[in-house]
Write a protein of this length. Structure first.
Lengths: 210, 210, 210
């Protein structure tokens, strides 16, 4: 029920950086969804927080860890700060392309962070990969459902699959004994590379055909 | 992982009353959403329970508390009783205005209860405010998503913001040393007053403009 | 917080069978929802897992049990295997009727499994019934919300009510001292029989009328 908790902090400072970067970037995508819907500052904050910390929250609930932001209010502050900033600087005027790339960074970062924390709890590699993917994608899915937008995540877009690659590469390298930092960088890069190729060359996964 | 649990009961009997009032009122709004959709008695019960205890359930999961209604079936009984009553007495014939006011009471009550329980767990003021807001709003959001209705909570309506005021006033007064009961009453009243003014004078938060 | 955990395995091997059967059947309905939406293999896997293990996951979070599939990756493997199989053998060409019947089996199985696990945690009969119903229905509700389909579960269909019957019969018989295995079989059969009658004779619950 309560295994020795290994926090992201203990794993590697690099992971903390990845974690905060992911939270900030996803919070921004949440705030922009609120902007598209001409929402209020309150909804900006709400969407930023759900998107920024939703995935990690689900991961922590599932693996039985204390929810990461509940005892560290700085995560909430990042989300609310990003929401206020997005409102003030009119971040929705940025080229949409910029956002897509930022989002790709957040996805790759969160997939590794989620997998790393799960392995740190002594859970199986398959479970760690699934948790990495959930960490990277759940916040965005909730954002889309609440905003009433069709979820990019549930289409032919190569997005969840890139998160699978990041998490799987990290987990595989770790199991093979590669140092955590190197495994984390390689994991994040490989998923990011796949996502980048998908964005650049407009690659899609094939849909099911009868 | 498992801090000394301070239940709402130990805090103040007044909070228990607020808590049950909030559950009953929100359960009623859930049942009425089912009525609008010409649903069955089963869906009445389902919506009443999700709306009545959904917010507190999320709060308890997040702060690591045992979910409040799991060991106290009387909360479920209140939800199911309200659902049956709403069906029998045709509560949906009530003027819509009555419901809006009841809902405002539930919102103010839950925001204080959620914040109080979270502070009782030794968590930070900012986290307590967020939990108060979640307790007050999450059930209604789920109700709206499931019923396929556009969520009033995610519009210009001054609703989440009133919950922020209730929770923040309670937390601020508590931190300043005001006795819990007084802080609770003042917190609930201030958020209710803001919501009341918003209903009466049709105040809205400004939406984002490019 | 952490009562002595009684796993489904310790209760009865028959329940394990019911549990895996339920996961497989629900995973199949998830994969088929993905097929109807012409989704990718990734979304097949995602929907299969959410539908197959979503209900039990919510149950475990609520009763404070370790989430059942987190330490037993074979549940995930069943979901992913079913998703791949559904893709390869074009399971969506099966008559829709076959699926409705499989789904009825899963519902009856999960209602009993959920109620049994909850009673095993020492929780009240009413709570056990509610947990049985959640276990049987929550995965399907999430599947429908994510797929953007109107949820059969929230209509006049006799579905949730059949889950109520299965869980309630199981709990009542257990409280009366009937051996678990017999209670489980009778519980599953009674809910299945109601659902079967509803399918066969097109029975519906009456909707609310003003």
């Amino acid at each position: 029920m309560a295994p020795v908790e290994i926090t992201i902090e203990q794993l590697r400072p690099a992971l903390v950086l990845l974690d905060f970067a992911g939270v900030a970037v996803f919070a921004l995508t949440g705030a922009l969804a609120a902007a598209r819907a001409k929402q209020t500052i309150i909804t900006f904050a709400f969407f930023a927080a759900i998107t920024g910390i939703g995935g990690g929250t689900l991961r922590d609930l599932l693996i039985g860890a204390p929810v990461f932001w509940v005892r560290r209010p700085d995560y909430l502050l990042v989300c609310f700060g990003v929401a206020a900033l997005a409102w003030v600087i009119h971040a929705d005027r940025w080229p949409r392309r910029a956002l897509v790339w930022l989002d790709a960074i957040g996805m790759a970062a969160f997939a590794v962070v989620g997998a790393a924390k799960t392995l740190g709890f002594g859970l199986a590699p398959l479970v760690a990969i699934v948790m990495g993917v959930l960490t990277a994608t759940f916040g965005g899915i909730i954002r889309d459902v609440l905003a009433g937008e069709p979820s990019m995540l549930l289409g032919p877009e190569i997005y969840i699959s890139a998160a699978v690659v990041s998490a799987a590469v990290y987990v595989a390298l770790t199991v093979l004994g590669v140092p955590l930092l190197a495994a984390g960088i390689l994991g994040a890069l490989s998923g990011f590379a796949l996502r980048a190729a998908a964005i650049k060359f407009n690659l899609k996964l094939p849909g099911y055909r009868r």
